[in-house]
Design a binder for this molecule. Structure first.
Ligand SMILES: Nc1nc2c(c(=O)[nH]1)N[C@H]1C(S)=C(S)[C@@H](COP(=O)(O)O)O[C@H]1N2
Ligand SMILES: [Mo]
Length: 316
């Protein structure tokens, strides 16, 4: 099979000028060499991204190097520290991986993960990821629009929300054995149906052209780039279409701090810290790369209309 080359690896002369113009315009001028060498091991066949993935690109919007994307993670099931997931997640058994799809859907079944996305055509999407803890990255995901998966399964008219569940397997997920993590397992997330069907919302199976690693939510995770990172639930085993708004993990654990919507919003502070700015990773220990947080994480043009008339201060 002929491999498609992601845009950040293309250097033939005829595209050089275009690429230069693009790099200037998208402000992606200094990709790290380590990212490029990691990316060249691509095993997935996908449609490479274009600059249209990063609307309103900032000078700071360079790809976050592979080793940071895969080495600094929030995945409480593998431990509460940022380095715990990379230490523990490689033990996760990824095959077989079944996804139970149910609720208000025409074709409910337990699907093999490959079956769920088969034939939909993988695409690369370069998105900002803004954690509620006020750090952020830029990640080249590979995945499929969630809408494509749901359309094929036949969402029923009465469905108002999608509820997602992460694997519960304490034997392989040490964080699920501790009583002090502050959250209940399995990890639950949810979207309103229009958010789920929005073209920016994807189910990712890879990043940097390769299969997802355990620490990033292998083999299947949600990515919703205009919301705080905790909405982007990892290692999904259950998808349910519901009429009721799902009770999500963080909203249940600390409802005054984390809401169902969790849209990135620099004007609405977390009760314990401001959300006006963020630390873009990597950045040096002594020179953190602090930038302004953008409304809806820079995707307002595409998603603001989903929330017209809604009070974003009370619906945080
Ligand atoms: N199941 C599960 N999904 C999760 C989390 C988690 O702890 N468990 N952490 C969330 C948070 S807080 C963030 S910021 C992102 C981080 O994704 P990344 O590690 O791939 O960058 O995953 C989200 N998805
Ligand atoms: Mo997060």
């Amino acid at each position: 099979m002929q491999k498609k080359i992601p845009w950040y690896e293309i250097t033939p002369e005829e595209t050089y000028q275009n690429r230069r113009d693009f790099l200037k315009s998208a402000a992606l001028a200094s990709l790290s060499l380590s990212s490029l060498s990691q990316a060249s091991e691509s095993n997935l066949d996908y449609l490479p991204a274009t600059q249209s993935n990063l609307p309103g690109a900032l000078a700071a919007d360079e790809l976050t190097p592979f080793e940071h994307v895969t080495g600094y993670n929030n995945f409480y099931e593998f431990g509460a520290n940022k380095q715990d997931p990379i230490k523990n997640a490689h033990r996760l058994t990824l095959s077989p991986w079944k996804v139970d799809v149910g609720g208000l859907i025409d074709r409910p079944a337990v699907y093999d993960v490959d079956e769920l996305i088969k034939g939909l055509g993988l695409e690369e999407r370069i998105y900002r990821l803004r954690c509620v803890e006020a750090w952020s990255m830029v990640i080249p995901w590979v995945g499929v629009p969630l809408s494509a998966v749901l359309d094929r399964l036949g969402v029923q008219g009465s469905a108002k929300y999608v509820r997602f569940e992460t694997l519960y397997r304490p034997s392989e997920m040490p964080g699920q054995k501790t009583l002090f993590s502050g959250i209940d397992y399995p990890y639950i997330e949810g979207l309103r149906i229009d958010e789920a069907m929005h073209p920016l919302t994807i189910l990712a199976v890879g990043l940097y052209g390769k299969d997802l690693l355990g620490q990033n939510g292998a083999p299947l995770r949600l990515v919703v780039p205009w919301k705080y990172g905790f909405k982007s639930i990892k290692s999904i085993v259950k998808i349910e279409l519901t009429e009721e708004k799902p009770l999500t993990t963080w909203a249940k654990s600390a409802p005054h701090e984390y809401g169902f919507y969790a849209n990135v919003n620099p004007k609405v502070s977390h009760p314990r810290w401001s959300q006006a700015r963020e630390r873009r990773l990597p950045g040096g220990v002594f020179s953190p790369n602090i930038i302004d947080t953008q409304m809806f994480n820079g995707y307002a043009d595409q998603v603001a209309s989903l929330y017209s008339g809604m009070n974003l201060r009370t619906n945080y």
